[in-house]
Design a protein around this ligand. Structure first.
Ligand code: UD1
Length: 344
């Protein structure tokens, strides 16, 4: 769609100050959309909104609120002429979800149900939902296709499976709904400006934020969780994609749901598998320095599947979207962010 016609739309971005949300806001604003961020800043910094303005020259509207607060959500819809929602806001730490399962189910499912009820009452029935490749579980063969059975191995994953079921039932109950269930593979990288990126609170649980902290001298070395998997170098294979490609995938999905009703699950991945050691070596090339690492035990409870990568046929068929940036670019942009933004 043209920048001019996008200017007629107002998109609510829940969790818009987070890692994927902030990059998606940049791409939305650059494409001419109006964007409203609703965020409780539980795992994001309010300065991200300033960074989005610096990058795009446009400031998104901001509502500081928790989505579980139905009154606040209603007030947000009262204030802005929202006609579609991209719903990122969720708790997402797998280990924490195992330690605090009830909080995870409550938080993630309540956020989604409060939001969707408000949308329904306003006749705003266009939703892009953040799902995850984690819904492919441990038993499907790669590459993962959207028609494979879904399941989970931890509470975080179950909240994604359950939300997918809830939204599928909703779309079946009312044919006016238009919903994209986007199953993300592993986003890496950052905006090339270095102004926004992935900087979780505490010791990172995910690979790239950890590598960033090692490269920036904040953590001494990277634990690699196992080198005895049945893969080419013994470390796990994942489908890494640049966060800006992922953000562009949301715009492609949005464009699609403005034109079609119904519900579709769609993989957003590069369709290529890289090992943990591939990522380390690409990062070394990008940063021009060694990334010290040591091999440790596999993640507890055999939580890692040896291989995960997407069949990307459907994303191309429905959205004409595919990932364009390679692993070197992901590492280069991650390093720019780490070197300029992370402090000891
Ligand atoms: C993880 C979650 C997944 C979630 C996604 C986004 C698990 C088991 N899976 O995906 O459900 O949707 O994050 O939040 O937590 N690695 C190391 N050392 C580290 C960190 C990671 O070797 O310090 C390895 C992992 O074993 C894995 C790869 O790097 O093979 C990628 O890990 P990560 O970035 O955490 O992503 P996933 O585990 O694929």
């Amino acid at each position: 769609m043209s920048t001019e016609s996008n200017a007629a739309h107002c998109v609510l971005v829940t969790g818009g100050a987070g890692y994927i949300g902030s990059h998606t806001c940049c791409q939305l604003l650059n494409a001419g959309y109006n964007a409203v961020i609703i965020d409780n800043f539980s795992n994001a910094d309010p300065s991200v909104v300033d960074a989005i303005e610096t990058i795009t020259g446009r400031r998104p509207a901001l509502v500081k609120a928790d989505l579980r607060d139905a009154q606040a959500v209603r007030a947000c819809f009262d204030q802005y002429p929202i006609d579609a929602v991209i719903h990122f806001a969720a708790l997402k730490a797998v280990g924490e979800s195992t330690a605090k399962p009830v909080e995870y189910y409550e938080h993630n499912l309540l956020c989604t149900s409060v939001l969707v009820k408000e949308m329904h009452s306003r006749n705003v029935k266009r939703l892009v939902y953040s799902s995850s490749a984690t819904v492919y579980g441990m038993t499907n063969p790669v590459p993962f296709r959207e028609d494979m059975p879904i399941s989970a191995i931890n509470p975080y994953g179950w909240t994604k499976v359950m939300a997918e079921h809830m939204l599928t039932d909703l779309a079946a109950s009312d044919l006016e709904w238009s919903i994209a269930l986007l199953r993300y593979f592993n986003p890496l990288g950052a905006h090339p400006s270095g102004l926004i990126g992935d900087d979780p609170n505490g010791v990172p649980a995910n690979l790239m934020p950890y590598v960033n902290k090692v490269a920036a001298g904040i953590l001494p070395d990277l634990p690699v969780f196992g080198d005895d998997y049945p893969t080419r170098d013994g470390t796990c294979i994942r489908d890494y994609l640049h966060v800006l490609d992922l953000a562009d995938g949301h715009l492609a999905a949005l464009d699609y749901i403005y034109k079609h009703t119904g519900i579709e699950a769609v993989n957003l991945g590069a369709g290529v598998g890289c090992s943990v050691l591939d990522v380390i070596h690409a990062y070394e090339r990008a940063s021009g320095q060694k990334i010290p690492y040591h091999i440790t035990a596999r993640r507890p409870n055999n939580a890692d599947s040896p291989e995960s990568y997407a069949d990307t046929t459907k994303a191309w068929r429905l959205y004409q979207w595919k990932a364009r940036r390679d692993l070197d670019e992901m590492c280069r942009d991650s390093w720019t962010f780490a070197r300029t933004r992370l402090t000891k």
